[in-house]
Each structure stands twice: as C-alpha cells, then as structure tokens.
Design a binder for this molecule. Structure first.
Ligand SMILES: [Cu+2]
Length: 305
C-alpha cells in the first residue's frame, strides 16, 4: 500500500527523487498519445485539457460534475505510477500540499517546486528545477500543440483568489450530501476550495492545461485526501451521488480519459464504484494510518491531526 504524505514531511532524498521522476517524464519518457511529438508528462496535460471542454472534449465532463473526485483520483494515480516507473522506485508517492497551512507548508521554494514568476519575464519562474532558464523543465505549453516555453506563476495576485484557511476547509467538510446542488460536498469543494487555489497560483495553473505546473498534482492530491476525510467524517452519507440511474454519471459509469477513436493513455478502465476507496487503488494517506511520518516538530504534527 502506497502512503502519501505532506510534502513538508518529505526528506531531501524523497524530494530529489520526485523532481527527478517529473523531469524524466517531461524530458525522456516517450508519449503514449502522440509519440515523437511530445513526452509522457505532456500526455497528462493533454488529457486534462480534453476534460475541460473544447474540441475532442470527454463526455460527460469530470469538472462541475459528481465525477470530479473519482476522475481526478484515477488521473493522479496513473501519474504517480508513471513517476514510480520512471525512476524504478515503487516507494515514490505523490505528496500533498495543504494550502490551508501557512509558512513552511509553502512548496514554492528553490529547492522544491521553484518560486513565483518574474513580472519582467512575462511571469516565467526563475528558480528551482522547473525554471525556464537553468531548470530542467522546459514547459512547452501543451494546448493543441506544443507551444511557448516557460512555466508561469503569479502567486496571489488575481483579485478574489485565495488559499482557503482551515476554518473554510472544516466548513466545507461539514457539507452533506455528496451531491447534487451548490451546497453539496462535491460542488462546494470544487468551487470553494479547489478553484481559488488554481487561481491563487495563477499562470499555467489558471488554464485548462493546468497540469503543466507540477504543483497541480500536489494540489489535487490534497483535494483527493479531503474526499477521504469527508467519507470518514460522514460514514452514513453516500460516498458518491448519483448512486444509480444516471448513465455516465452513476456508480456504474466508466471514467473517460480519451475520446472515442483516440488511443487510451493507459491500459485498463475504472468505474466510479471501483475508485471510491483509495485503498482499492493501493494507496492511502499517512494521517489515516498508524504510521507516523511526522518529524517531531510540534506545530507540524498538530497540523496533521
Ligand atoms: Cu481538473
């Protein structure tokens, strides 16, 4: 069982292996969707873009829909397993970014995901392993074709964008049922927790091609954790809705990662029902196990509970 942890509990070696794996997917591992024209990392950008609309969009859509949690769960797990294969290290796991914590939770450091964009360079980031100059991660922006180079961020500048605080997270977690309706768990979490973080990071994270920024995966990992936490908090609520009778959206629906006639990005298919438990995909989160991954710094450990 793979155990995902908060990025700030990762060792230096774990961070280095994660960065190395991301760079391998970006620069070396061949694409499945468009071999010879992009790399494996770009496949994930392409898949996510097609999940947001436009030509070749997947139907039904996994955004603004009950499919939001299950679809992203499979997407992240496939990426995580590609990372593991890239470095032949099955102990590698995706870390999560708990953006409701301040200070040392910030993953935008030169030694990890790199910093903010430079306004003098069209918001391109200039530090860390994914910087446009001196980094190893040339973001040839995948839109419909590979385009402009350089990863962009504009931290905290979009009006109204914010990082939700812990009270807002707790308030969201109190919402039932799973769906439907604007005040349901899935819609409230997507709109009130997930969306503002994309907009707060800004740059590439504000676009349908948001996985161009590796922080996408740490952000969504925390969103995935919150679904697990919500299920534990509301054991008598259905973990997913609609339960049945809504083709394409109910528990029997097969999650869609490619348009009909296009190549599949990976072998195998999953129904919603098969991914409602993270353990069924062979991973869990450190804070739901007895395994303590916490370094003995009291504020950090407190934040885990
Ligand atoms: Cu998404």
């Amino acid at each position: 069982m793979d155990i995902r942890i908060n990025h700030r509990h990762m060792t230096r070696i774990q961070k280095d292996v994660l960065i190395q794996a991301i760079l391998l997917l970006k620069n070396d591992v061949e694409s499945v969707l468009r071999p010879g024209r992009q790399k494996r990392y770009d496949d994930y950008v392409q898949i996510h873009r097609s999940a947001m609309g436009g030509p070749g969009a997947f139907m039904p859509m996994p955004h603004r829909s009950p499919l939001f949690f299950p679809w992203h769960r499979v997407f992240l797990r496939q990426f995580e397993q590609d990372l593991q294969r890239a470095v032949s290290d099955p102990s590698l796991t995706l870390p999560f970014w708990d953006w409701s914590l301040e200070g040392p939770s910030n993953p935008f450091t030169p030694g990890f995901l790199g910093g903010n964009g430079d306004s003098a360079q069209d918001q391109r980031i200039t530090s860390g392993p994914f910087a446009s100059r001196g980094g190893g991660f040339e973001v040839r922006l995948w839109d419909m074709e590979l385009g402009d180079a350089g990863l962009r961020r504009e931290l905290g500048t979009e009006p109204g964008a914010h990082l939700p605080n812990s009270e807002q997270v707790l308030s969201a977690l109190s919402k039932t049922p799973y769906g439907p309706g604007p005040n349901s768990w899935v819609n409230y979490c997507e709109g009130m927790l997930h969306d503002p973080v994309h907009r707060w990071v800004g740059g590439n994270m504000s676009l349908p091609t948001s996985p161009n920024d590796p922080v996408f995966f740490l952000h969504h990992c925390y969103i995935d954790l919150l679904w697990e936490r919500w299920k534990r908090q509301h054991p008598s609520s259905e973990a997913y809705y609609p339960v049945s009778g809504a083709p394409g959206l109910d528990r029997e629906a097969t999650l869609v990662f490619h348009a009909p006639g296009d190549p599949a990005p990976w072998p195998g298919t999953w129904t919603v029902d098969q991914v409602i438990s993270s353990e069924a995909l062979d991973y869990t989160y450190g804070l739901f196990t007895s395994i303590t991954t916490c370094t003995p710094v009291p504020p950090v450990c407190d934040a885990l509970t």
